[in-house]
Design a protein around this ligand. Sequence first.
Ligand SMILES: [Zn+2]
Length: 118
Amino acid sequence: MTAPNPLLSGLLGRCPNCGEGYLFEGFLKVAPRREACGYDLAKADSGDGPAVFVILIAGFIVAFSALITEIAVHPPVWVHLVLWLPATLVICLVLLRPMKGAMLAAQFKNKASEARHD
Ligand SMILES: [Zn+2]
């Protein structure tokens, strides 16, 4: 069996070691030990990294969408609020888990001290 791509596995919320089993046991809580291969990610900590990527990506999407909408349609301010506040929330929630999985997988792939093999 070939080793899975750790970054792709992380994005999909799978174990970066074997590609099987779930990385999370809650929305963002990392399962301390993979059920499929027993790999231990209890010490893994992605810190603020995923939030930074989520802020940058969601900010880009929402800011440019609002700008294009404003230029094209000139809607009243309440339309922007109704459109872009929920869109910001949804985009952030959708991106947060894959970004955290990718950060944890990147730590695994690059043998960061928090997630290295012991
Ligand atoms: Zn595994």
